[in-house]
Design a protein around this ligand. Structure first.
Ligand code: FEO
Length: 173
């Protein structure tokens, strides 16, 4: 049975993951409208992954007998000052999310809920990857600066990303 404190922290995380999806969808819209279809694709796949994270955490709350709560999701935006700003915001956001995930891991340990600690450990590792890929994109976007050729080369590279469900139904992977 999930303790109330942990149930609330996990519900807040479901909300944060949906906000992440909303944030990246807004960024994707910006990139699409700016003509960077590959970058828009990368951000759209990122948005879908965030929704998968949200649902995975939501399911854990129910599975462990918790009570999910559903607060408002913070508004997103679709206007940015350039691709570099977009990726800098992605990195800043992922660092913020890492802090939230670490907070849940700490609460799970304090509450001696080892099942939830084990569950959230996947997200701790995932955040290492999320931050690393965002750092790489910030570095590439900074290097490209305002050079259209370099920006479109980055755009072409990011067009290849495809969505893969991080939590496929069992027997499907
Ligand atoms: Fe679900 Fe990008 O963290």
């Amino acid at each position: 049975m999930l303790k109330e404190r942990l149930s609330k922290a996990l519900s807040d995380q479901v909300n944060a993951e949906f906000y992440s999806a909303y944030l990246y969808l807004g960024m994707s819209a910006y990139a699409d409208r700016a003509g960077f279809k590959g970058i828009a694709n990368w951000l759209h796949v990122q948005s879908r992954e965030e929704m998968a994270h949200a649902i995975h955490i939501y399911r854990h709350i129910l599975e462990r007998g918790g009570t999910p709560s559903f607060d408002d999701i913070t508004a997103s935006r679709a206007e940015y000052g350039g691709i570099r700003e977009v990726f800098e915001k992605v990195l800043a956001h992922e660092r913020h999310v890492s802090g939230l995930i670490d907070g849940i891991a700490s609460i799970a340990l304090e509450e001696r809920d080892h099942a939830t600690y084990n569950f959230i450990a996947w997200f701790v590792s995932e955040q290492v990857e999320e931050e690393a890929s965002a750092e790489e994109l910030v570095s590439k976007a900074r290097h490209a600066g305002d050079d259209p050729a370099l920006l479109f080369s980055l755009d072409a590279a990011l067009a290849a990303r495809t969505f893969r469900d991080p939590f496929p139904p069992s027997g499907d992977d």
